[in-house]
Design a protein around this ligand. Structure first.
Ligand SMILES: [Zn+2]
Length: 138
């Protein structure tokens, strides 16, 4: 049994624990575990809020991408085959046909150390990270 489920559903009287299609009852949790239960529930809400936020953003991005594609298709000679071919080409930029593209880490132009995507400057020498494409910052 996942201990997080135990914590999250503790204190609800008869605890219902999702486990496949089964419903299981957990034994009472120790009284001094209350703070941990409260913290676990807060953590669960935070994760759920984050998941909902990410899901909404993905939906918006999908909508915008589709609108952009429809505009391109209507105003150019591009077709679905062209789009699928380009998606595959870009997917393979990182060497794996896995439905996603990962930008490899960049090297600092001054000191040649690996630069973090999280920083606008090299953490070793302070050189500004240059963007090759608009997608480098993602
Ligand atoms: Zn550097």
């Amino acid at each position: 049994m996942n201990p997080l489920w135990t914590l999250l559903f503790a204190g609800l009287g008869e605890r219902l624990i999702p486990h496949g299609d089964e419903i299981q009852t957990e034994p009472p949790i120790e009284p001094n575990a209350t703070d941990a239960i409260v913290e676990a529930r807060k953590a669960l809400r935070t994760v759920q809020d984050f998941e909902r936020h990410v899901g909404e953003n993905v939906d918006k991005l999908a909508l915008i991408c589709r609108a952009m594609w429809e505009l391109l298709r209507e105003r150019t000679n591009l077709n679905e085959e062209d789009l699928l071919k380009k998606v595959r080409e870009i997917d393979l930029l990182d060497g794996a046909l896995d439905g996603k593209v990962k930008n490899p880490p960049k090297k600092c132009s001054k000191c040649s150390r690996t630069m973090s995507k999280r920083h606008a400057r090299c953490i070793y020498c302070g050189t500004e990270a240059l963007l090759d494409t608009a997608f480098d910052s993602i």
